[in-house]
Design a protein around this ligand. Structure first.
Ligand code: HEC
Length: 93
């Protein structure tokens, strides 16, 4: 037999965990930056993958998103922007 019972169990658990993690996996999922990213950046559109843009592009995009958020009367405090910026610089393209 190719797999014993134990192996099949491990594979099923792995698949289950992957399904629970949601559709999008991002780097450092438990860091404050990643959590903020998931919370703040999914209000108007889906979560963009950090690898989609370079750090320079992220700087520009964060300024743009700040503008969109202000139009909607949403707060985007400077320290949150800094945290996201650091996160996206570490994990950008
Ligand atoms: C207030 C609503 C709003 C919030 C909150 C918001 N965005 Fe956006 N975002 C937009 C809009 C509107 C567009 C489309 C702009 C366009 O295409 O001209 C956009 C487009 C983008 C794009 C470019 C399109 C793409 O898919 O590559 C990226 C990247 C992006 N947002 C990242 C972010 C990040 C990072 C955050 C969190 C800091 C964020 N957004 C939060 C409104 C928002």
């Amino acid at each position: 037999m190719l797999f014993g019972c134990k192996e099949v169990g491990v594979i099923l658990v792995a698949l289950f965990l992957m399904a629970c993690a949601g559709t999008q996996t991002i780097p450092e999922p438990d860091s404050p930056g990643a959590r903020l990213f998931k919370e703040r950046c999914t209000k108007c559109h889906g979560l963009p993958g950090p690898k989609r843009h370079t750090p320079e592009q992220w700087d520009h995009l964060l300024v743009m998103m700040d503008g969109f958020m202000q139009e909607k009367g949403m707060q985007f405090p400077a320290q949150e922007r800094k945290l996201l910026q650091d996160y996206l610089h570490r994990n950008g393209r």
